[in-house]
Structure formats: C-alpha cells, structure tokens
Ligand binder design. Structure first.
Ligand SMILES: Nc1ncnc2c1ncn2[C@@H]1O[C@H](COP(=O)(O)OP(=O)(O)OP(=O)(O)O)[C@@H](O)[C@H]1O
Length: 291
C-alpha cells in the first residue's frame, strides 16, 4: 500500500497557495506531518481525504488517481479530524454503531468490530455512557475508535493530543503506535514529542513547501554540532531570542540556562549538546518563521 503525491499544489487565490509542488511517497508506518501554523498541513490532509481537490498535481493510492476515483481512497480511509464532534446524547457504543452503519458494515460484523475497538481503546467499561459525560482523553479515544471502524489502510489523524494531559497524551500515542502496523498513518501535529514517540518518518512542512521527508534520526543527525547550552543573564534573553532559535530556557538562581540552535558557539562558555528532534525541527523551520 502506498500513497503518492506528485507535484501537488493547492491555490486558494491569486497569490495564496496552501501547499505548493509537494512530492511525497508514504508507505505503511506512521508518518508525522510536522509544521508551524499555516504550513499547509490541513490543506494537505483535506486533499488526501478527498475533501478538496488539488489545483496542480496528482495523488495516487496504490497507483490510482484519487481525484478521478475518490472512492478508491474513501473506502480504505479512517479520519480523525481536529474538531471531531460527537453526538452528545449517544453512548460510545451507539455512536460507533452509527459510524459502522454509515460505513456500510452489516450488523454482525459491526458488533464484533465495535467490541474489538472498545477493548483496544479501553472504553468497554464506559461504552453505555453518554458521550457528553466523557473527558477530553476519552473522547479522543472514541475518535480513534470511530476512525478504525472500517479497518482502514489509510489513517489520517489531525492533532490527536491537543488539550490532553501528559498521561493521556502518552496513552493516545501508544494507541496510535499499536494500530499502525499494516496501515499508512499520517499524523499531523505541531507537538514534536508526539512524532518522537510514534513516527517512523517525519515530513516537515513550512510555508506550503515540503522541506524534507526522512526518519527522525537523520533529521537529528543533520543538526549535530549546532545545539548549545549555557547560562545567560535574564536581561539578555530578548537579545538571545532575536539572534538564535531558543529551544528551551530553565530558570536558575543565578540566571537562565538557555538551549539554542546556532551555527557558531553563541557564548565562550556555551557547551555543545546532543540535539533532540525539537532542536532539529527548530533548525529546519525556526528561522523561516522569523523571516
Ligand atoms: N479556505 C482558505 N482560503 C484561503 N486561504 C486558506 C484557506 N485555507 C488555508 N488557507 C491558507 O493556506 C495556508 C496553509 O493553511 P493550512 O490551514 O493548511 O495550514 P496548517 O499547517 O494546517 O496550519 P494550522 O497548524 O494553523 O492548522 C495558510 O496561509 C492559510 O492562511
């Protein structure tokens, strides 16, 4: 199974392109789609889920053009949108039954599949409770369950951990990792640790352009030697932010310990440190945001 984008672009108006000239090939596994606000992630996801058509280029699912034959991808697609709305008065099971009916599953298959998904998402004990009583994390697990009802080969998940507490975030990430086998999963996010924890590959988008599509290790390697930590005075922080990509700051009694991405040693006592994916992301994208 392979999703291939060939010179895909989306033009919204005369000089506004949501994405431009994207070439990308996604095989089974989790692909993190990472980029700052306005990078083009939603635009790309709308095209891949056949909600919108590209202005230029073609998207192929296993070699078939999805603009010409959208059902080819719709039949194998699971989608968890960012603003995933539930029917508050339905119970979790009723909601999944409703989605299964929309997806054309017969009753017997639907019941078995829903039992399986309620177990997978650890929602069995609350399956008969109205969704309006669910916490954000529980609702997000219902969202993942509904996206998996048709056992999709292509799963598109938009910002699945936004607004969740750290423990629930880990749970949702683990759940995504556990369902990624034998599917193409596209995980859109601007939360770098989500990608770190789950993704085999990362596609970096900025200003509608694809900067790179590679494995996280290679991305981190490319930033090696460009990350430093040192103790700075609080009053110098604004200046440091203007000059470098600041990846973190830790307040200390005698100043602020800053971590920066820089091509040269930013201060005589700055210590070169091993980059993380967050540093690599800033290195690739950060300065573009300040242009
Ligand atoms: N319907 C639209 N009409 C006009 N311009 C649009 C439309 N949708 C998106 N854009 C523009 O296209 C660009 C990409 O937007 P998009 O929503 O795809 O980015 P994003 O990466 O999903 O951002 P975010 O993380 O904020 O959701 C932005 O410049 C945005 O203003």
């Amino acid at each position: 199974m392979v999703l291939r984008l060939d010179s895909v672009g989306k033009r919204y108006s005369e000089d506004v392109w949501g994405v431009e000239d994207i070439d990308l090939e996604l095989e089974a596994g989790i692909h993190g789609l990472l980029g700052p606000n306005g990078a083009g992630k939603s635009t790309l996801m709308r095209i891949l889920t056949t909600v919108s058509k590209p202005t230029t280029g073609t998207v192929y699912w296993n070699g078939t053009d999805i603009t010409e034959s959208p059902t080819v991808v719709r039949n194998v697609l699971g989608y968890l949108p960012q603003d995933f709305g539930v029917y508050p008065d339905l119970t979790a099971r009723e909601f999944l039954e409703y989605i299964a009916a929309l997806r054309g599953l017969n009753r017997e298959t639907a019941t078995a599949r829903i039992d399986e998904l309620l177990a997978l998402t650890d929602l069995q004990h609350v399956q008969d409770r109205a969704l309006r009583t669910f916490s954000g994390g529980m609702r997000q697990r219902v969202g993942i369950a509904q996206a998996l009802v048709n056992d999709p080969e292509l799963l598109v998940v938009d910002e699945p951990t936004v607004g969740l507490d750290p423990e629930t975030r880990v749970r949702v990430r683990n759940l995504l990792s556990s369902v990624a086998k034998d599917r193409v999963v596209l995980l859109s996010t601007h939360i770098v640790p989500d990608i770190e924890a789950t993704s085999n590959n990362v596609a970096l988008l900025a200003d509608g352009e694809l900067l790179t599509h590679t494995d996280p290790e290679s991305l981190v390697e490319a930033t090696a030697g460009n990350v430093y930590e040192y103790l700075a005075q609080r009053e110098h922080l604004d200046e440091i932010r203007r000059q470098y990509q600041v990846s973190s700051t830790v307040q200390q009694a005698n100043g602020v310990r800053v971590r920066v991405v820089a091509t040269e040693r930013p201060a005589p006592d700055a210590e070169s440190v091993t980059p993380t994916l967050e540093d690599a992301y800033l290195d690739h994208i950060g300065h573009r945001g300040f242009e």
